[in-house]
Design a protein around this ligand. Structure first.
Ligand code: GLN
Length: 275
């Protein structure tokens, strides 16, 4: 009996020495970060904001790309699929963010210049963009169509100008078919400017993502027709960060996206905007 007690005591002493030396040792070593983080997590766990990392991420987006992001003139707020996804993902993962609706090309520039931590803007995931951005899993799929006034045919593009939006895959698509159809390209900063140019007759047609122009036509806001037969280059839309940076934000976005896919929230958001 005495022997057993002695062994237990000895084991307990060794254990406590290990704990003590572990603690004091940590303060001067590389593993400090791990133990400091543990302390922070458990400290935070006692507060109501336990999931808040304390950082407010800066997110950029487009400003006229309904139904993904557009100004609700009644409330003066930006709404849309992307706005709702970002809100749902941030709520699910417990992080804060500030949304800046500046336009598509400005959003791409802001992420590359580190003015923004990430962007969500109906952004198509392409191999070329993967050289400078890291993308989340896709949350939607879309491709490009050619749009013009009713009665215009693809033959009518010959010798004319076609509108495309700066830095978009629509622009890339226009570049890839311009020789075949014999048109030249005028670039615009926003989707709305592009539609106006076609309506005003400045350009004979424009190239746009199918769901976006489809939504504009269906809502009666834009009196144009889709003149190409089916969407070209159909690919996923993803949330993006600058390549090699903001990995924790991207990880949270993916985890949140998975959760809102599994719990039906994403489906609900898409249904709200007619998908
Ligand atoms: N999906 C297109 C792209 O990624 C257009 C995005 C946009 O205009 N917001 O280029």
């Amino acid at each position: 009996m005495k022997k057993v007690l002695a062994i237990i005591l000895a084991v307990a002493m060794i254990a406590s020495i290990a704990v003590l030396s572990g603690c004091s040792g940590n303060s001067g070593t590389a593993s400090t970060a791990g133990s400091a983080d543990d302390g922070k997590t458990s400290g935070d766990a006692g507060t109501p904001d336990s999931k808040d990392t304390g950082k407010t991420y800066i997110i950029y987006s487009d400003n006229a790309f309904a139904p993904f992001e557009y100004l609700d003139t009644e409330t003066g707020k930006y709404v849309g699929v992307d706005m709702d996804i970002m809100e749902a993902v941030a709520a699910d993962q417990g992080f804060s963010y500030e949304m800046h609706n500046e336009g598509f090309d400005p959003a791409m520039g802001a992420v590359q210049a580190r003015q923004a931590d990430g962007m969500i803007a109906g952004m198509t995931i392409t191999d070329e963009r993967k050289e400078t951005f890291d993308f989340s899993a896709p949350y939607f799929e879309d491709g490009q169509v050619i749009v013009a006034k009713e009665g215009t045919t693809l033959e009518d593009l010959k010798g004319k100008t076609v509108a495309a939006k700066t830095s978009t895959v629509g622009g890339e698509y226009a570049e890839s078919i311009k020789d075949e159809y014999g048109f030249t390209i005028n670039y615009y900063e926003g989707s709305d400017n592009m539609y106006q140019a076609v309506l005003a007759g400045t350009d004979v047609a424009c190239v746009e993502d199918f769901s976006v122009i489809g939504y504009a036509i269906k809502s009666g806001k834009v009196a144009l027709s889709i003149i190409s037969d089916k969407p070209a280059n159909v690919k996923g839309y993803g949330f993006a960060v600058k390549k090699g940076e903001n990995a924790e934000l991207l990880k949270m976005f993916d985890a949140g996206l998975k959760n809102i896919t599994d719990n039906g929230k994403l489906k609900e958001i898409l249904a709200k905007y007619g998908y």
